[in-house]
Design a protein around this ligand. Structure first.
Ligand SMILES: Cc1cc2nc3c(=O)[nH]c(=O)nc-3n(C[C@H](O)[C@H](O)[C@H](O)COP(=O)(O)O)c2cc1C
Length: 342
């Protein structure tokens, strides 16, 4: 546990548990009102929320967003519970940054999840900035192979790195390097933010670099600036992390901004502050193919796979109910249908 990257993951979870205001409770989704259908003209029993993503069938469009992994009993426990639940409920799951396994071999075990999730849609994860710190296609392949992943998330986190006293802040020329990985890797590369959102110019540039999957990960939920503020303050006493705690683009705004890119073949994933099935439905209407949640799964994952399954099943029931009340039988009846907002 002496490895700083490894230790950081444990610290992040402790901070999330001790400071409830790391959850920003943005209200951007609440400003969108769904249009009730008193005459839905569909049988609730026939409503089908399933979707195919990267060739795998999901029971509904849910992604357990990237969180953790490392050489620590709690981190292994969280990932196994999430993976087992993803398998049992047929939803997608991303693991947290795998950078740690390149400095701390024991960490790899927390990313070998096929034993409990043989068929689930699983995503590997690395920080894109590591491509400016010596990582390249070999590390990306290793991260994918250890998980036997269906895709690789490369996360963009310039704000987090800027607040971290030990952050890697050279983001110069990253877009082109991400493009090279996307063209070389055997599985799709998905670029994500971690809670500040993707802007149209950034997304358009990534699209020009052949990145065809983007997770907007906007503001409204977990604030990494605020989390890092606590760690920063052990070394530097200032309020930089608090000043930027709500910095970024709210998730529904980012989705709307990026919608034109769908015509160029880009698949959008919505995440950041999605807290219930109605936020999920609104995201699908705004053009997302998949919707992700991270923080809401942390507590159940620390408990058991059953607790995660229960949470997912509640989400699925609510999601199906909302589809029924909007007169939607399949996801095609929701996708891009802004007329379903009042
Ligand atoms: C405990 C925790 C750890 C996270 N670690 C990572 C990570 O390693 N890599 C990454 O891409 N995102 C990471 N994230 C960010 C999430 O994937 C997500 O983009 C962000 O938290 C916004 O979603 P939320 O509001 O539902 O939490 C982490 C989130 C949490 C809560």
């Amino acid at each position: 546990m002496s490895d700083p990257t490894n230790h950081r993951k444990v610290e992040h979870i402790e901070i999330l548990q001790n400071d409830p205001e790391t959850e920003r409770s943005g209200k951007a989704f609440d400003q969108l009102h769904l249009s009730h259908r008193a005459l839905p003209e569909v049988d609730l029993k026939e409503v089908d929320p399933s979707v195919t993503f990267l060739g795998k069938r999901l029971s509904f469009p849910l992604l357990i967003s990237s969180m953790t992994g490392g050489d620590h009993q709690d981190l292994r426990h969280i990932n196994r519970n999430l993976a087992e639940a993803a398998e049992r409920t047929q939803v997608a799951m991303g693991v947290g940054s795998q950078r740690v396994m390149f400095t701390h071999q024991q960490a790899a075990q927390s990313f070998t999840l096929r034993e409990v999730a043989p068929s689930a849609l699983l995503f590997a994860n690395l920080g894109a900035v590591q491509l400016n710190c010596g990582f390249g296609i070999d590390e990306c392949r290793t991260a994918v192979n250890i998980l036997e992943a269906d895709g690789l998330f490369l996360h963009l986190n310039p704000l987090q790195e800027a607040i971290q006293p030990e952050g890697d802040t050279c983001f110069a020329g990253l877009g082109k390097k991400i493009g090279q990985i996307a063209r070389q890797l055997e599985v799709p590369v998905i670029v994500k933010e971690i809670g500040c959102g993707l802007s149209f110019p950034d997304a358009e540039y990534l699209c020009a670099q052949d990145v065809l999957f983007l997770d907007v990960a906007g503001t409204g939920g977990t604030s990494w600036s605020r989390i890092e503020h606590h760690r920063r303050n052990t070394e530097i006493e200032d309020d930089l992390g608090l000043l930027f705690q709500d910095w970024g683009i709210p998730t529904p705004v980012a989705l709307r901004n990026l919608a034109p890119l769908r015509d160029l073949g880009v698949t959008l994933i919505a995440s950041g502050g999605i807290r219930n099935a109605l936020d999920m439905v609104k995201s699908i209407i705004l053009g997302a193919g998949l919707t992700g949640m991270a923080k809401p799964f942390l507590e159940p994952a620390m408990e058991s796979a059953d607790a995660v399954v229960e949470k997912i099943e509640q989400l699925r029931t609510a999601f199906t109910t909302a589809m029924f009340l909007l007169g939607a039988r399949t996801l095609r009846d929701l996708h891009g249908r802004e007329d379903l907002f009042q």
